[in-house]
Write a protein that binds this ligand. Sequence first.
Ligand code: ADP
Ligand code: MG
Length: 728
Amino acid sequence: MSTLRFTVVREAFKKKAAAADTPSGLPSSYFGELVFTREKMQKYLDAKTYKALIDSIEEGAAMDRATADRVAEGMKTWAIEHGVTHITHWFQPLTDVTAEKHESMMAFDARGRMIEQFDGSSLIQQEPDASSFPNGGLRATFEARGYTAWDPTSPVFIHDDTLCIPTVFISYTGEALDYKTPLKKALKAVSEAALPLCQLFDPQVRKVISYLGWEQEFFLVDADLYSARADLVLSGRTLMGHESSKNQQLDDHYFGAIPERVAAFIREIETEGYRLGIPLKTSHNEVAPNQFEIAPVYGEANLSNDQNQLMMNIMNKAARKHGFVLLLHEKPFAGINGSGKHCNWSLGTDTGTGLLAPGHNPAGNLQFLIFFVNTLMAVQRHNGLLKASIASATNAHRLGGNEAPPAIVSAFIGDAMTDVLKRLLELPSGTPVQIAGKKGKSLGIVEIPEIFVDNTDRNRTSPFAFTGNRFEFRAVGSSANCAGALTTLNAAMAEQLTDFKAILDREMASGKRLEVAAMDALKPIIASTLGTIVFEGNGYSDAWKAEAARRGLDTETSVPEMFLRFTDPASVAMFTRMGVYSEKELRSRNEVKWEIYCKKVQIEARVMGRMAINHILPAALNYKARLSESTARAQDIFGRDFTQAAATELYLIRRIGILTEEVRERVDRCIEARKAANRLQDLYEKAKAYQEVALMLEEMRGPIDELEEIVDDGLWPLPKYRELLFTN
Ligand code: ADP
Ligand code: MG
């Protein structure tokens, strides 16, 4: 081990868990204390203002300036009590991170005295200098303005000394420049499409809510070891590194005891999360060493997604405090599992009925079936698009790589539901079907057994799986903003529900009862989905790839190609009809996606080339020089017979010679490929060219990892996998 590396690793092992500054008392005593909750609204706003704000949250009612001023005043009073000095509009541009523009509350009154000021206009709207956020050409540089506008449906919160106002980010011509705007539109669309169907069963229903429960996976790496790896620092993943002798084969990390320093980190983020009203429920070790997961109780999708974004920030900061660095990259280490972010998705009514949970009576079950079957159809119609919605340069390392997700979107529903659907198909048309719950009497009736929650088969190879009362979209990447996937999923569902309602209306217009009409409308959809999107087998097998292609599912594996699905006629029709994206937005967002793809690969290629030339080759050549010296000495001693005496040296010298030459050549070839890619103007073409560069990086890695195996450990300049993965 090189002296430098030795010191770094020793220091890393010495680290102790930092004491977390936990607020005293039980979590329930500080849960949500940093959020402007309804209770606080009531306390800090007069009754009329409170009502206006609630109307705006619940009904989207517009708010006049005077009311906004009073809301801001109430927020200010509350915030100042918590030592807040700054305000920021908090938004989610098309990058991997949230953005904030802090402004102090400082102002001067008429007599020139400094005061704290925060009024309705700064609550409602701000104009960040936004010219350098990705926009895909939507804002010409001479009109590089975009503005942020308050999203009252996600509560204002305090982070450090700043009052954070969740906002959407849009251009002056009204196009979305962020993740939140389209998500909100999709949530509205799905609510409106689902409502008339729900009202057939319960006229009391006023609103349908889309839920999200995210499960965030991540790695923690010791901060000192991290700093010694340029690849981790600059690209978020290791671009080289031979696999450790032990990795995840013993499965001894999964759900094992959480190491002390990690436990302190998790305690701290939980506390911070609770104070911000984030209902964190579980945290545990994941499959890979130094990999972990946290998950909250699910909530309304827009809020839950904001909370995920916020949590990613909190985790980043807290990790540093405990001497770790948080890796949210989807595949930081080759050869072991990467990180995802399961998005558990469901719909429910404002009267408390889960629309994807089987009911306890026949009517509830019919409603459940309508939503269940239409979900399958929505996913079937837009399977390629849903895959595109989770695709990125970083998630590409997981796609199709024998860990969720496979590069084909299919749906897993389990034996029980498959059986229910098949039996429904067999019933003759016009049969007044009763779909009973477990306790229902079976009188030639199709039963939905109450086996569900916790009990569904867990097919881990499926990217979209039914788990009893929800679907788990498992293909989303750990670093992603869930809104990308959720916007597409909810919009596709909205379209399918709208179309289904039209079919149902036609069936009912011919005088059929709801139960009969619904079954007649559902049957062709059931038949189609069972034969197409539903797949219960191994999603990684080659047989499935062939079968999926036969079924007409999207089997594209290239990420730059996948993005084209967004501008397919069917996608454009769906998104525009549901009022989620305009065609212009779809086109410009694809430009952003291709550009980010290029930049990420470009950074990796630069870092890898430099590490190869500046770190790896010198170490290998240094060792080779030592071997040559030893060989020369053998020659002095043994004369002509030296080749036998120095056989090992000679073997290693040759091997190192071949490998270093391979590395050098591959670096050169990669630089040429980058130059050619950079000359391309069209971003789609450029991304395709960079995809070739990405493949070259994989090839460059081969000889480097082989060198790591044969070069003296004392000369190796980089922390190795065993050090990165087993230091905690
Ligand atoms: P697992 O890892 O077994 O999938 P977890 O308990 O880690 O289960 O995570 C399940 C996630 O699903 C949690 O975030 C939970 O709140 C969420 N969830 C449970 N029911 C629903 C539902 N009806 N809609 C959306 N999310 C749900
Ligand atoms: Mg899950």
